[in-house]
Design a protein around this ligand. Structure first.
Ligand code: NAD
Ligand code: C0R
Length: 390
């Protein structure tokens, strides 16, 4: 009898917790009551009965909790706001995610203001041709404050009295792919100027409009800002700073009704992987800029091997950008948008190892993340050869 009362208390506690959670999410419109949700709830009741009768209490509680979390947190239909009358500004629409999401939002009926680095470039022209005449292209280099101010004035004119519903901070750049020591200070500064300072500056410039509309800020950061990917110290550091400032905006702007989300994509075949000539040029410039002593220690072959490695990553990158576009759309339209959107193959494993494994495990994992075959600097080759000869 005691065992029975314990398991009743245990199952009752799980039910009480998830019913409260469900009511809370329903009351703030995070989820909507649909026939599908009712079916899911009936299946959970059946699961609970089966667990209670056939499984040990601990296992049953674990399964029931997992099922409740999955229904409430993952598959429950979430309330979405209407598109009508919403204007959104998206940065970095020359290519990649920016171009894809500008096209998607335009096709959904948004008033899209798409900023591009080169308004006469192929990407801008292609976007204009693909989209409706609602779409407005504006040339913006995030490293130029005057461009940002001009974009603000043009946007105010474009949206008239409608207000700006969303700012999608998509523009970003990975200036260099290589060892932290071999990355030039100009590489670090180049990433920070665009990915952190530029994104922060345009966010601050447009915040008065977003506070008026109680709108959305959606920022595409990178897992390289959360985890220590090799060869991405400059880029990752700038994304880490970006993630931090956006997380601060999230809770500081809550009182204004502005919601802030961060998209963390996996590896997708976008601009950097499609513009190989840029990387060849960047590689030559980098070799010419490296201090002689560093080049001696690491060797040109090592630097070239890392470049070849980068190009191989592109071969594995996903060509389907839709999952990222869907996350951005959800962050703009969900009544209760997520704080984080993760989308990419194996990202959960990278975060599990990076966040929950001891350093001697995670360091080994990230050290070998890109390097299947051993690639070592020239000076270490010489040391290994001397050891062998001794
Ligand atoms: N592709 C991926 O695997 C991946 C993964 C994680 C995060 N990201 C991030 O996604 C965002 C979009 O990148 P993408 O992958 O679509 O690459 P992309 O190179 O195709 O797009 C980057 C966009 O930023 C613009 N841009 C670059 N420098 C700029 C500047 N100074 N001012 C204004 N715009 C500028 C480019 O013109 C381009 O339109 C970036 O912030 C990137 O860091 C990409
Ligand atoms: C940094 C890049 C975007 C992205 O961040 C990639 C990184 C390659 C490694 C990698 C693997 C992941 O699973 C998370 C994203 C990520 C860490 C990419 C190399 C070039 C690309 C870009 O240049 C994007 O502008």
């Amino acid at each position: 009898m005691e065992a029975f009362s314990f398991s009743c208390w245990a199952y009752g506690s799980v039910w009480f917790f998830f019913i409260c959670l469900g009511l809370q999410r329903f009351s703030n419109s995070a989820i909507v009551l649909t026939p599908a949700l009712l079916v899911y709830c009936m299946l959970i009741v059946l699961l609970e009965w089966l667990c209670h009768v056939y499984l040990p209490t601990a296992l049953g509680i674990f399964l029931l909790s997992g099922a409740c979390w999955y229904v409430l947190g993952v598959i429950s239909p979430r309330k979405m706001l209407p598109v009508s009358g919403k204007a959104v500004l998206i940065t970095g629409c020359d290519s990649g995610f920016g171009q894809a999401v500008a096209y998607k939002l335009d096709s959904m009926g948004f008033q899209v203001v798409a900023t591009v680095l080169n308004i006469d470039g192929p990407g801008a022209k292609e976007l204009q041709q693909m989209c409706s005449n609602r779409l407005k292209l504006i040339q913006v280099d995030l490293t130029k404050p005057k461009d940002i101010q001009k974009a603000l004035e043009l946007t105010k004119t474009q949206i008239a009295g409608r207000g700006l519903w969303g700012l999608v901070n998509n523009a970003g750049i990975c200036v260099h792919f290589g060892d932290a020591e071999l990355s030039l200070m100009s590489n670090y500064r180049g990433c920070m100027e665009v990915n952190f300072f530029g994104t922060l500056e345009i966010t601050k410039a447009f915040l008065p409009l977003l506070r008026c509309s109680k709108g959305r800020i959606v920022t595409i950061s990178s897992p390289a800002g959360d985890q220590p990917f090799p060869f991405l110290a400059a880029y990752g550091s700038s994304k880490a700073a970006l993630t931090r400032v956006m997380d601060t905006f999230r809770f500081e702007l809550e009182c204004w009704g502005v919601k802030v989300s961060i998209i963390q994509p996996g590896c997708y075949k976008t601009g950097p992987f499609n513009d190989l000539s840029r990387w060849e040029h960047q590689h030559e410039h980098h070799l010419a800029s490296l201090p002689e002593e560093l080049l001696q220690d690491y060797g040109e072959e090592y630097v070239s091997e890392i470049k070849r490695l980068f190009l191989k990553i592109g071969d594995m990158a996903s060509e389907d950008l839709a999952p990222v576009v869907e996350c951005i759309t959800d962050a703009l339209l969900a009544a209760e948008p997520k704080v984080r959107y993760f989308t990419g193959k194996g990202l959960w494993l990278i975060y599990f190892i990076g966040n929950h494994m001891p350093f001697f495990v995670s360091d080994r994992f990230f050290r070998g993340f890109f390097l299947n075959n051993k690639v070592i600097p020239r000076a270490l080759h010489k040391q290994q050869k001397e050891v062998v000869e001794e």
